[in-house]
Design a protein. Sequence first.
Length: 301
Amino acid sequence: MHPFTLQEIQCFDAVVREGGFQAAASALNRSHTAVFAAIAKLETNLGVTLLDRSGYRVGLTEAGRSFHRKAQALLGEMEALRVHASQLTMGEETHLRVVLGDTCPLHNGLQLLNGFFAGFPNTRLDLHFETIGGPSERLFENEADLILHWIDKSDPRLEWIDLGTISFVPLVAPGFLPFTSSRLITPEQMRGLTQCIIRDTARNIAKPSFYVVEGAPQCTVADHAMKKEVVLRGMAWGHLPHFMVEAELRDGRLLPITGQHFPGMDIELVAARRRDRPHGPVANRLWDYIQAHSQFADKPR
């Protein structure tokens, strides 16, 4: 076996991912001939046939499948090394873009950020507020360096720090329901009543819905503060984070309708950033700071 190059491995991986030489060449911005030659040289140097070229689409041989698994690990390490090298060359950032999501308690989030940025006067905090799918979309569209919100923890592009659990409670104002409240209230009973929901600030991704009663009239608002006022005034019902309504629940100005069909929900609040992007020295210090001050969970329902 003769030595092989990283460029040959990258060409091989691209052919497997894209399903053919031409598509791989386009993805790598190289010529079809160059990619074909790189794979041929790799196979010759290894003394092993990696690709099955007998079908309409290029496939992997058994040896190729095994080699590709190892190659992916190598390429992953190379990408991590590239990101690390980029971080080493970065000076202190002039600004950091942070998004507070609608599930983050505003007081706690601002207190956390203020505690850090007070020590870095030369780095400006570029702070934004987004709802539902908006924070993650800003992160993936490279419009945010860090978000305080919930994420899909199965996404390998993300790393996160757990901040706590935020409980959401289904609520009504006294006298809002035209029937007796119980733990067995059904969606059919609520369908004729206006439900207040938060406007999703995501522009392009699929918009998730949380306990939205299909077919019910809706009142759409920009944030939970406005939603709380709407529900308090008996204009609609809706789910609100427990940390926002503790006083109103205690004195009876809001009533929970938690039950079999409306159990409420718990959201895992995190600080999240891209693990596949380089981060400068201030961003990394912010990350370390959050890890050291990372608990502000809501109280249980």
